[in-house]
Design a protein around this ligand. Structure first.
Ligand SMILES: Nc1ncnc2c1ncn2[C@@H]1O[C@H](COP(=O)(O)OP(=O)(O)OP(=O)(O)O)[C@@H](O)[C@H]1O
Ligand SMILES: [Mg+2]
Length: 234
């Protein structure tokens, strides 16, 4: 579904992503883990075209996409849930969710998808009219994921869904991520919580200083002494 070849991202003179190559198959959940500043968010932002890559190419469902603008990628089925969530604080929950479907004109299908998303997140249904800026961090994370789902993506890019959340909320959010994956969604999951990310994904890539240093099946990464020492706090 996604083939990334030699992707590079630079901010002025700073090389944040130094030519990384990886892929995600249809229906897979793939984890991208690594320490602060490794270049994970820069990678996702380049894939979603929120910034211009400095080099490399990206194929999505067989087509080169690195020159397409962000809104075209949304139409083609790539949705990013950004680090820090980025909900619209002065809009209600429901309005935020509907914003996720802005590029669609199939109104009845949008209503169906809204029901489906609220089924995943009953908490958001209770808070449908509440302003997003007044939601808790966990609720905002749910809303950000829900909004992305409203664009009916084929590929979901998740940036640090567990960040800053209490363990119980992390469990809830990851249960929904598992459910979405079980429905057949293809997911690229960026996480600093490497243990959690490797437990829910099939394969993983480890990023260090802008490069991918290790890749393997997630179960093998979880058992790898070097990965355990560096990323699982052992
Ligand atoms: N807008 C920017 N301008 C300049 N440098 C940036 C910018 N955004 C990121 N960087 C730098 O690029 C590098 C990679 O940052 P990035 O946010 O991609 O890392 P990350 O792996 O997502 O880290 P974290 O786990 O802390 O979210 C860092 O050194 C960071 O300081
Ligand atoms: Mg990041």
């Amino acid at each position: 579904m996604l083939e990334v070849n030699g992707l590079r991202v630079a901010y002025g003179g700073i090389q944040a992503v130094r030519g990384i190559t990886f892929h995600v198959r249809e229906g897979e959940m793939v984890a991208l883990i690594g320490a602060n500043g490794a270049g994970k968010s820069s990678t996702l932002r380049a894939l979603a075209r929120l910034l211009d890559p400095a080099g490399g190419n990206v194929r999505y469902r067989g087509q080169e996409i690195q020159t397409l603008p962000a809104h075209r990628l949304v139409e083609q089925g790539i949705a990013l849930v950004p680090e820090g969530r980025g909900v619209f604080p002065r809009m209600s929950c429901l309005e935020n969710l509907r914003m996720g479907a802005y590029s669609r004109n199939d109104r009845r299908e949008v209503d169906n998808d809204l029901d489906h998303v609220l089924g995943h997140f009953p908490r958001l249904k209770e808070r449908a009219q509440q302003l997003a800026g007044t939601l808790s961090g966990g609720e905002q994370q749910m809303l950000a994921i829900g909004r992305a789902l409203m664009s009916r993506p084929k590929l979901l890019l998740l940036d640090e869904p567990s960040m800053g959340l209490a363990p119980i909320m992390v469990q809830k959010i990851f249960q929904v991520i598992r459910d979405i994956a079980a429905e057949g969604m293809t997911i690229l999951l960026v996480e600093q919580n490497a243990k959690l990310a490797l437990e829910v994904s099939q394969r993983g890539y480890v990023m260090e200083s802008g490069q991918i240093t290790v890749s393997d099946e997630s179960s093998r990464l979880l058992a790898d002494p070097k990965v355990r020492a560096a990323y699982l706090g052992e």
